[in-house]
Design a protein around this ligand. Structure first.
Ligand SMILES: Nc1ncnc2c1ncn2[C@@H]1O[C@H](COP(=O)(O)OP(=O)(O)O)[C@@H](O)[C@H]1O
Ligand SMILES: [Mg+2]
Length: 421
């Protein structure tokens, strides 16, 4: 699977480029074919015009049914003077219709001195460009006359007649490329999701295995002959089972909670609470953990207004999650600071640590569900990657915002903004 994916991308990319290339050369071919067709049509039309004008001349002279030789002789004295303008126009019209030339035209007939002796109504020498010249007089004719045919050429003629083809090509190619891009994107998302899923299952197994193992050991001990009559020990082991059970419950609760957030049914029990008090309480609860790691927690609760409308339990959980992370993702001795301040009617709570920090990619993704940075060796820290997504969901449910600033290797600062009452 790992190798098939890039291979597919490369193959499809090559095919798309190939198709575009082939299509372009097809269109190019079609354009030159059209051009040649037109040149040929014009050549055919001119000889047709000449023939029909000569025939008209012969008709007027009464020689149309004469033999070849006589007709040749008569045509020696050809002059367009004998024909009307309408005669000439009709000859051209007929030939053009026959060879499918649709553009409007003008014409003039000049004598040997290049002086016009006849012309169409719309003929004005200055505005017309180059002409197709048809010598009307046969070889050895007495009067040298030339028919100048000015075709008002449609500059976009080729584009017009091929427009649908080019348009359709562009359209279908665009569709193919878009569909391809969409497929790749979906594949990437799918890949990411499956990674997240297996990560999560790994984490969960890991988190639940430890309490299960402890419980199993405790039960083994309980069934031991020596223990079974010792009330003191029974109490000890059943207490252990209870604790582990509680821990497992908490983990399961965490997962369920995130599922609930997913379904958007967070029920907030809003009360007016003192944010500073809650922070103090959570900090107290974590004091032991920080002490264990020989760290320090410094509270600088300087906000003048600290009453907020919030759900007590969820708000405590938010603070707990941020402090828990600050402790978990530290190098050795965590130095943590919680600061509060007010601005723009918002209470800002900053949790600052000197831990491992995050790179930009991690910073942009920490609030995603299940996301955990892959930090190589340091990643023996347990977790589901649910904490910060919970923090974000709850903060936003309170009408607040959460931000992160961090320098990789130096530390991180999480800021929560909540509306003051
Ligand atoms: N204070 C922090 N310092 C460095 N990295 C952090 C910090 N807080 C969170 N992270 C990163 O964000 C990820 C997600 O955090 P979180 O949602 O709380 O999940 P968990 O703690 O279960 O891994 C963590 O795995 C970690 O990589
Ligand atoms: Mg966490």
């Amino acid at each position: 699977m790992r190798k098939v994916f890039p291979l597919i991308v490369v193959l499809i990319t090559l095919s798309v480029i190939g198709i575009i290339f082939i299509q372009m050369s097809w269109i190019d071919n079609a354009i030159s074919l059209k051009r040649n067709q037109r040149i040929e049509a014009l050549a055919n039309a001119t000889s047709e015009i000449k023939r029909s004008i000569h025939n008209l001349f012969l008709i007027k002279n009464g020689y149309i049914n004469a033999n070849e030789e006589t007709r040749y002789y008569v045509l020696q004295s050809f002059t367009s003077q004998l024909l009307t303008g309408e005669d000439v126009r009709q000859s051209i019209d007929k030939a053009f219709t026959k060879y499918n030339i649709k553009e409007p035209f003008e014409y003039s007939v000049t004598n040997i001195f290049q002086i016009p002796i006849a012309a169409s109504a719309g003929f004005s020498p200055n505005e017309l460009g180059s002409s197709t010249d048809i010598p009307l007089t046969p070889e050895n004719g007495y009067y040298v006359e030339t028919l100048h045919l000015y075709i008002r050429e449609d500059k976009n003629y080729i584009l017009n007649s091929m427009g649908w083809m080019i348009g359709a090509s562009v359209l279908f190619t665009t569709i193919i490329i878009s569909a391809f891009a969409l497929t790749i994107r979906t594949m990437f998302t799918q890949k990411k999701l499956s990674e997240i899923k297996s990560d999560f299952i790994n984490n969960m197994t890991h988190e639940l295995k430890t309490p299960l193992a402890t419980i199993s050991l405790a039960i083994d001990a309980l069934t031991n002959e020596k223990v079974i009559h010792d009330t003191e020990k029974i109490r000890y082991y059943s207490g252990m089972i209870k604790d582990e059970n509680k821990r497992m419950n908490k983990q399961v609760e965490k997962i369920l909670q995130s599922a609930r957030i997913e379904r958007q049914d967070i029920k907030l029990n809003l009360q007016r609470i003192n944010a500073h008090e809650v922070i103090d309480k959570v900090a107290d609860n974590l004091a032991l953990q920080i002490e264990e790691k020989q760290g320090t927690l410094n509270l600088k609760l300087g906000a003048k207004q600290y009453m907020i409308d919030a759900d007590d339990v969820h708000f405590s959980n938010i603070i707990f999650n941020l402090l828990d992370n600050a402790i978990k993702y530290s190098k050795d001795k965590p130095v943590i600071q919680v600061e509060t301040s007010t601005s723009n009617n918002m209470l800002a709570i900053k949790v600052k640590d000197n831990g491992i920090g995050m790179n930009k990619e991690t910073q942009s993704r920490v609030f995603e569900k299940f996301y955990r940075a892959h930090t190589g060796n340091i990643h023996n820290v347990k977790g589901f990657g649910l904490g910060l997504s919970y923090v974000k969901a709850i903060t936003e449910a309170h009408g607040g915002k959460v931000k992160v600033e961090s320098t990789f290797g130096k530390g991180s600062t999480f800021t929560i903004l909540l509306p003051i009452v």
